[in-house]
Design a protein around this ligand. Sequence first.
Ligand code: C2E
Ligand code: CA
Ligand code: CA
Length: 711
Amino acid sequence: MNFIKWIRYELGLYKNTDYEKQYLYETNFKTAIYMTFIIICLEIWMIIRYVNKRPGRTFLEYFDGETNYLILLSASLIILLFATRYLHDYKRFITGIITSLIILALDISMIVRACYVTSPKDILHLLKSINYQLMLLVLTLGYLIYEILYKNFSKKLSAKYGQILSVIFSIICLCFGVSTSIYDIKNERQILCFVTMVLYVVCLLIWKPFISILITTTVFIWFYEKWLPILQSNTSPYSKNILEGNKINYFTLWISLTLISMSIYQQRLAEAKKDEKLMRVNALLKQQSIEDDLTGISNIKHFVKESKKVMFKDATDLIYLFINIENFKNYNDQFGYQSGNNFLIYIAHSLEDIFPDGIVARWSDDHFVVLTKRTGLDERLNKLNDKVSSNSNREIYLALKVGAYTPLDTLMDPRMAVDKARFACGLIKDVIGVHFKEYDEQVNNEFHRHQYIVNNIDKAIENEYIKVYYQPVVWSSDHTLCSCEALARWIDPEYGFLSPGDFIPLLEEYKQIHKLDKYIWETVCKDMAYAKSLGLKPIPVSLNFSRLDFELINVEETLMSLTEKYKIPKKNIHVEITESALAENTTAIQSSADALAKAGFVIWLDDFGSGYSSLNVLKDFSLDLIKIDMKFLSGFENNDKSKIILKNIVALAKNLNMHTITEGVETKEEATFLHEIGCDRLQGYFFGKPMPINDIIKNIQLKKLVIRKLS
Ligand code: C2E
Ligand code: CA
Ligand code: CA
């Protein structure tokens, strides 16, 4: 079995890949350029030599005598032209057309001349005498047709066509080799022309080994048949020895040429295989560098590159879209990662279907971008929404939010344009019923304000544009001061008063929040030390923590070193961690909260009841106090349900041995009710708005805020 396989392999009895075929054809054409060039030079030299050796003849006599040279010269020229055209991909090859027309005229005149010389009755003899001319005619016409119809030829078809022309050319060469050498032998010269031609056809033009063997064997037998009678007619005394010697030489030559041709073939095939592998790896790498791994559509890099090209050509009517799948996180949580991935793939392909003329890419997670024409956009977006809702007919409602941005000029950086579309998209996040937002003047102002905040946080801290405001927290029994909450304010020389709602979410998004928080904590500690230096009784202060603080810095270490540096008792620092941060349940936050509690800091649960997981949080963490979200007080007078809930939360906390505080207290009625149901502490505008440290101190000194004796 292996032996048969080996034989098949050595003889080339198997199908080559398209790449291998193309490679072998191409190397043939490359070789053909050198070889035909050499033949052309040789033939021109032969023609000149012929004329020089036979002076004084008429033009027709020369013409008859040089027919074979002229045919080989012309055939070589045709192949040279073809190979050049194939390898260099000329658009219009006038030289090729003119040369082939001249050759055609020459060939036809040779045929006419042969008809004239040979008796027309002897058709067979005539055909035999013009067989070269006819082959050249086919070759030339073949090339001419190719040259005229070159637009209809693919690279692959061209190569195949060229191979057919090469076969005709090879037959001409072999016939020329045989007939010239037979002529030479008769004139007691060597068989050099025959050997050269076979060598050229079999070894330099590459054929599969079995074809090479077939060609060499046939041509060698054919030549031998013609040669043997001439050798045998030799009457010299050494004729027998000469005959034997020639036979051996001839046989050796046949074997050598066959083996050489086979080995060249295998060598080129190995090169082709190596090349193909490299090409495949390259193609794969190229594909990977432009494709998004999950969805198979373009990635960011490719999107940016292609968008630049499209914009550069013509940016009119173009619009960038940033598409966000709202609620996708919940979908993932509920149906699993794989399901989520399948949904993203579905969206990616829907986008490609709906925007076949645009550029579509996955930007990140559940975000996609499109660069498309504005015309017909509404219709397309409706179609997209239909597709999404038809595929997500499960319990989770998924909606698309689309931000759009129209580029102003052709040179605009696509990343910047996407940033703006993304920003517009962010503005309608969580806004029910709004699915499309275009970047306009108002959005532009907002965008710049955001950029300003993100870019200037360091400067704002350094120049103390960031201030700490303190809001009083009072005991519900007698409204004396029990602590304060530290709240950040940004008073900017350019933008004026910025409230935390403007900058906290942004600083979180850009992972800069820890800078602000560290600064606030330190300022609070400084202020506490300052208040103490004034002889005031120390009061505890609540600090706000972002979920990201626990990821970005070592919260315990920071607080420990601050309290040590400013000599603040740890029990006077209340750590407010929001319910949503704890509900995320990251181990980092859990262990930090435990460590802080162990170190003596007091842990408060902020915004209790604002999320969905409040009760779980109570179950999983040991907390000192829960801060009931101010949403329970909205519409307090008319909402009995809220009152019932508040009452129960306070009761539940008591049962769990936790204190309670309610924030957002704005009226006396609220304060009274909360006291009645047993909520220990209260915070809200009714008792005082957040204010600078000096105002708090002044209020304490003026006894507007009273610190209880035994707190
Ligand atoms: P929060 O921690 O829930 O803070 C309470 C918010 O309610 C404060 O808003 C406060 O001014 C406001 N407030 C207090 N009493 C009343 C009231 O009676 N009625 C009404 N309508 N509002 C009241 P503020 O200062 O705008 O802070 C908003 C949020 O920003 C805070 O919510 C907190 O989550 C965050 N934040 C503020 N400062 C910082 C900080 O330094 N670091 C971090 N990480 N977050 C902060
Ligand atoms: Ca708070
Ligand atoms: Ca709160």
